[in-house]
Design a protein around this ligand. Structure first.
Ligand code: 5GP
Length: 200
């Protein structure tokens, strides 16, 4: 079985990363989600170990010191990091590991794992992004404004990504990411023994 790979999904807060990733996970059994650690407080309905590992600053710093993260970054006002062991184990099992992380983290991942695939999710427009952020109702007005302003900075990083997908209709966006995954799975370099199967 070929090794798995990392699929990094980034995009401004409110563009629908969570929805797209959930649908991808429901539809594709060879995908797993990398649950990040964060110092952010849980939102209503968020579950420990499902959405995030919610930890305090002290524990986060300890994890940094122990080299337990593939990448970490301060995003908006809090720290977020991708636990290393889980991700590497899953790749060795042949899984495609989804990292739903910000642009700073994505670049760190690409530097360390050049074969990671970077997908940038875009809203159909900035006014639609503002609407989605407000409608979500999970942040204060101040937080919404921080996230909206940060979006403009994040968009500048799209040049570093291999693919973009505009999230207008969810199902269409999901299918586009699946097309990226399918293409990646079919890369010859991922199937060193392909001819053995055909010839013998
Ligand atoms: P939220 O607070 O809305 O869940 O996430 C805020 C931002 O942090 C999003 O852009 C999300 O993709 C990003 N994020 C979540 N987990 C990680 C992580 O482990 N590392 C990095 N660098 N960013 C993350």
């Amino acid at each position: 079985m070929p090794k798995g790979f990392l699929l990094v999904v980034s995009g401004p807060s409110g563009c629908g990363k969570g929805t797209i990733c959930n649908k991808l996970l429901q539809r594709n059994k060879d995908l797993v989600f990398s649950v990040s650690a964060t110092t952010r407080r849980p939102r209503n309905g968020e579950k420990e170990g499902i959405n995030y590992f919610f930890i305090d600053d002290k524990r986060f710093k300890k994890m940094i010191g122990n080299n337990e993260f593939i990448e970490y970054a301060k995003v908006h006002k809090n720290y977020y990091g991708t636990p290393k062991n889980f991700v590497l184990n899953e790749i060795n099992k042949g899984k495609i590991v989804i990292l739903e992380i910000d642009v700073q983290g994505a670049l760190q991942v690409k530097k360390a794992y050049s074969e990671a695939i970077l997908v940038f999710l875009l809203p159909p427009s900035m006014s639609e992004l503002k609407k989605r952020l407000t409608k979500r109702g999970t942040e204060t007005e101040e937080d919404i404004n921080i996230r909206y302003q940060n979006a403009f900075e994040e968009l500048k990083f799209i040049k570093k990504y291999e693919y973009f997908v505009i999230n207008d209709k969810v199902i269409e966006a999901v299918e586009k990411v699946e097309a990226v995954i399918t293409a990646e799975k079919l890369k010859v370099k991922r199937h060193k023994n392909i001819l053995e199967k055909i010839i013998f």
